[in-house]
Design a protein around this ligand. Sequence first.
Ligand SMILES: [Zn+2]
Length: 148
Amino acid sequence: MPNEPILIRCKSCRTLNRVPADKLSANPICGNCKKPLEFPRFPVNATSATFEQEVFDWPEYVLLEFWAKWCGYCRMVEPVVNDLASWRAGRLKAVRIDIDAEPILAKRFTVKATPTFILFKNGTQLGRIDGAPKEKLHLVQWVDQYLK
Ligand SMILES: [Zn+2]
Protein backbone atom coordinates (compact mmCIF):
# COMPACT_ATOMS: atom_id res chain seq x y z
CA MET A 1 0.00 0.00 0.00
CA PRO A 2 1.34 3.44 -0.83
CA ASN A 3 1.64 5.80 2.12
CA GLU A 4 -0.92 8.27 0.81
CA PRO A 5 -2.90 10.18 3.44
CA ILE A 6 -6.16 8.50 4.40
CA LEU A 7 -9.26 10.65 4.73
CA ILE A 8 -11.17 10.11 7.96
CA ARG A 9 -14.25 12.12 8.85
CA CYS A 10 -14.45 12.94 12.56
CA LYS A 11 -17.60 11.49 14.10
CA SER A 12 -17.86 14.34 16.60
CA CYS A 13 -17.37 17.48 14.51
CA ARG A 14 -17.45 15.99 10.97
CA THR A 15 -14.14 17.59 9.99
CA LEU A 16 -12.34 15.68 7.26
CA ASN A 17 -8.87 14.75 8.49
CA ARG A 18 -5.90 13.60 6.39
CA VAL A 19 -3.97 10.92 8.25
CA PRO A 20 -0.72 9.47 6.86
CA ALA A 21 -1.23 5.71 6.42
CA ASP A 22 1.72 4.93 8.70
CA LYS A 23 0.15 6.98 11.52
CA LEU A 24 -3.13 5.04 11.57
CA SER A 25 -1.92 2.68 14.29
CA ALA A 26 -0.91 5.61 16.53
CA ASN A 27 -4.48 6.49 17.63
CA PRO A 28 -4.84 9.60 15.45
CA ILE A 29 -6.99 12.47 16.74
CA CYS A 30 -9.11 15.06 14.97
CA GLY A 31 -7.15 18.20 14.04
CA ASN A 32 -10.17 20.32 14.88
CA CYS A 33 -11.78 18.96 18.07
CA LYS A 34 -8.93 16.63 19.25
CA LYS A 35 -11.27 13.68 19.73
CA PRO A 36 -9.99 10.25 18.64
CA LEU A 37 -10.66 9.45 14.98
CA GLU A 38 -12.64 6.26 14.62
CA PHE A 39 -12.40 3.79 11.76
CA PRO A 40 -13.70 0.22 11.90
CA ARG A 41 -11.41 -2.81 11.74
CA PHE A 42 -14.30 -5.21 11.21
CA PRO A 43 -17.36 -5.25 8.92
CA VAL A 44 -20.20 -2.94 9.88
CA ASN A 45 -23.84 -3.96 9.45
CA ALA A 46 -25.93 -1.31 7.71
CA THR A 47 -29.69 -0.82 7.57
CA SER A 48 -31.74 1.56 5.46
CA ALA A 49 -31.56 3.97 8.40
CA THR A 50 -27.74 4.01 8.49
CA PHE A 51 -26.94 3.25 4.86
CA GLU A 52 -26.33 6.79 3.57
CA GLN A 53 -24.06 7.60 6.48
CA GLU A 54 -22.14 4.30 6.40
CA VAL A 55 -21.62 4.17 2.64
CA PHE A 56 -21.94 7.59 1.00
CA ASP A 57 -20.55 9.62 3.88
CA TRP A 58 -17.33 7.60 4.08
CA PRO A 59 -14.58 9.52 2.21
CA GLU A 60 -12.51 6.43 1.38
CA TYR A 61 -13.32 2.99 -0.06
CA VAL A 62 -16.36 0.98 0.94
CA LEU A 63 -16.77 -2.71 0.17
CA LEU A 64 -20.52 -3.22 0.30
CA GLU A 65 -21.73 -6.80 0.62
CA PHE A 66 -25.30 -7.93 0.19
CA TRP A 67 -25.61 -11.28 1.94
CA ALA A 68 -28.20 -13.70 3.33
CA LYS A 69 -28.21 -16.01 6.33
CA TRP A 70 -29.08 -19.01 4.13
CA CYS A 71 -26.28 -18.30 1.63
CA GLY A 72 -23.48 -20.86 2.01
CA TYR A 73 -21.04 -18.90 -0.06
CA CYS A 74 -21.62 -15.81 2.08
CA ARG A 75 -20.47 -17.84 5.11
CA MET A 76 -17.43 -19.12 3.21
CA VAL A 77 -16.34 -15.66 2.12
CA GLU A 78 -17.03 -14.05 5.52
CA PRO A 79 -13.47 -14.59 6.87
CA VAL A 80 -12.07 -12.97 3.72
CA VAL A 81 -14.29 -9.92 4.20
CA ASN A 82 -13.25 -9.81 7.88
CA ASP A 83 -9.58 -9.96 6.85
CA LEU A 84 -10.02 -7.19 4.29
CA ALA A 85 -11.73 -4.97 6.87
CA SER A 86 -8.82 -5.53 9.24
CA TRP A 87 -5.90 -5.41 6.77
CA ARG A 88 -7.18 -2.32 4.97
CA ALA A 89 -8.69 -0.54 8.01
CA GLY A 90 -8.89 3.22 7.47
CA ARG A 91 -8.50 2.91 3.70
CA LEU A 92 -11.43 0.51 3.33
CA LYS A 93 -14.61 -0.04 5.28
CA ALA A 94 -16.58 -3.26 4.83
CA VAL A 95 -20.34 -2.77 5.09
CA ARG A 96 -22.74 -5.71 5.14
CA ILE A 97 -26.44 -5.71 4.33
CA ASP A 98 -28.75 -8.62 5.10
CA ILE A 99 -31.04 -8.75 2.04
CA ASP A 100 -33.87 -10.40 3.98
CA ALA A 101 -33.86 -7.67 6.62
CA GLU A 102 -33.35 -4.88 4.05
CA PRO A 103 -35.31 -5.79 0.90
CA ILE A 104 -35.65 -2.14 -0.16
CA LEU A 105 -31.88 -1.68 -0.24
CA ALA A 106 -31.50 -4.98 -2.10
CA LYS A 107 -34.02 -3.81 -4.67
CA ARG A 108 -32.43 -0.38 -4.97
CA PHE A 109 -29.14 -2.05 -5.98
CA THR A 110 -30.86 -4.74 -8.11
CA VAL A 111 -29.36 -7.58 -6.08
CA LYS A 112 -30.12 -10.84 -7.87
CA ALA A 113 -27.52 -13.12 -6.29
CA THR A 114 -25.70 -13.43 -2.98
CA PRO A 115 -23.15 -12.41 -2.21
CA THR A 116 -23.15 -9.23 -4.30
CA PHE A 117 -20.15 -6.97 -3.72
CA ILE A 118 -20.08 -3.32 -4.75
CA LEU A 119 -17.00 -1.20 -4.24
CA PHE A 120 -17.40 2.55 -3.72
CA LYS A 121 -14.97 5.38 -3.23
CA ASN A 122 -16.37 8.55 -1.70
CA GLY A 123 -19.84 7.46 -2.77
CA THR A 124 -18.94 6.61 -6.39
CA GLN A 125 -19.31 3.02 -7.57
CA LEU A 126 -16.03 1.58 -8.88
CA GLY A 127 -16.88 -2.07 -9.42
CA ARG A 128 -19.33 -4.85 -8.74
CA ILE A 129 -19.39 -8.65 -8.44
CA ASP A 130 -22.75 -10.40 -8.69
CA GLY A 131 -22.66 -13.80 -7.07
CA ALA A 132 -19.78 -15.81 -5.71
CA PRO A 133 -16.28 -14.85 -6.87
CA LYS A 134 -14.52 -17.86 -8.45
CA GLU A 135 -12.07 -18.19 -5.60
CA LYS A 136 -12.14 -16.64 -2.17
CA LEU A 137 -8.77 -14.97 -2.72
CA HIS A 138 -10.07 -13.42 -5.89
CA LEU A 139 -12.01 -10.97 -3.72
CA VAL A 140 -8.83 -9.61 -2.13
CA GLN A 141 -7.17 -9.14 -5.51
CA TRP A 142 -10.31 -7.60 -6.94
CA VAL A 143 -10.50 -5.04 -4.11
CA ASP A 144 -6.77 -4.30 -4.13
CA GLN A 145 -6.73 -3.42 -7.82
CA TYR A 146 -8.86 -0.37 -6.97
CA LEU A 147 -7.06 0.68 -3.79
CA LYS A 148 -4.49 3.10 -5.08
ZN1 LIG B 1 -13.42 16.52 15.28
